[in-house]
Design a protein around this ligand. Structure first.
Ligand code: CP
Length: 295
């Protein structure tokens, strides 16, 4: 299957081959290698994005694809057209693959069963964000060589995080030890059976400390009482970061609420891989688009 809907249901071998192929693409010095020329890709974003949208576009253009960018706010979605009808419309026009991000859970699977071209999940409600987790695994593998045995703590707004879920499913396939740390209002009880919830002090004793954005746009009112209080209890403050082992990686999928879940100076510190994660998003998405479309 050339679609990529999530990492829960694909094999470790398949994930590994995407990571290996991303390493190949990262090593290429030529900016454009047009293996996907004459192939049309629609980037369909029904939810806002900077990193995912532009790194998919970079990846597609570096592979020579023809790129159609769809932004919901400037489309007939504003007149009430559904996600389903929008995707079917673009399919009718002859796209060869679609990259899609959307808010409602549970639509993607149905869409993929109806649409005949490969669909790539660029962020699916609270469910999965597979290319983010792939670039996260890639970034970890580059530093540590392998993922087996790595202690990875994912800290913050787990409940609303498709990044946490995709990382959990993928990292466990490689034998990494995933733990969560979250205030009760941001925990995801259904994940308790898959990974333990630990304290902030324990979470900081890890090879990877992955901070998550507090997703205010998905919160019911009152979940986050005060940014300052959150920072005191769950933020990666400068004081906490100074106690990390020098070998610990600090990660965050971004965008970042600076000085809420992570201090400004920590984002910019030598142990932060946040900007490497963004760079690695391009070769990962080249590998994913190649897998979707190469003849
Ligand atoms: N990390 C991530 O998905 O960022 P965007 O929402 O900007 O794409």
């Amino acid at each position: 299957d050339r679609s990529l809907l999530g990492l829960k249901d694909i094999s470790r071998n398949e994930i590994e081959s995407i990571l290996d192929r991303a390493a190949y693409w990262e090593a290429q010095t030529e900016k454009v290698i047009p293996i996907l020329s004459s192939q049309f890709v629609a980037n369909m974003f029904f939810e806002n994005s900077t990193r995912t949208r532009f790194s998919f576009e970079m990846a597609e253009k570096r592979l020579g694809a023809e790129v159609l960018n769809f932004a919901a706010a400037a489309s007939s979605v504003e007149k009430g057209e559904s996600i389903y009808d929008t995707v079917r419309t673009l399919e009718s026009m002859g796209i060869d693959a679609g990259v899609i991000r959307m808010k409602p859970d549970g639509i993607l699977q149905n869409l993929a069963e109806t649409i005949k071209v490969p669909l790539i999940n660029a962020g699916d409600g609270n469910n999965e964000h597979p290319t983010q987790a792939l670039l996260d695994l890639y970034t970890m593998r580059k530093k540590f060589g392998e993922l087996r045995g790595l202690k990875v703590s994912i800290i913050g707004d787990i409940r609303h995080s498709r990044v946490a879920r995709s990382n959990l499913w993928a990292l466990q396939k490689f034998g990494a030890q995933v733990s969560f740390c979250a205030p009760e209002s941001m925990a995801a009880p259904e994940l308790e059976q898959h990974a333990p919830y630990i304290s902030m002090d324990e979470a900081l004793q890890s090879d990877v400390v992955m901070m998550l954005r507090v997703q205010l746009e998905r919160h019911a009112t009152g979940i986050l009482k005060s940014g300052n209080e959150y920072r005191e209890q769950y933020g990666l403050t400068e004081a906490r970061a100074s106690k990390l082992s020098k070998n610990t990686m600090i990660m965050h999928p971004a965008p970042v609420n600076r000085n809420v879940e992570i201090d400004d100076a920590v984002v910019e510190s030598a142990q932060s891989f946040i900007f490497s994660q963004m760079s690695n998003g391009v070769p990962i998405r080249m590998a994913v688009m190649e897998r979707a479309l190469r003849k």
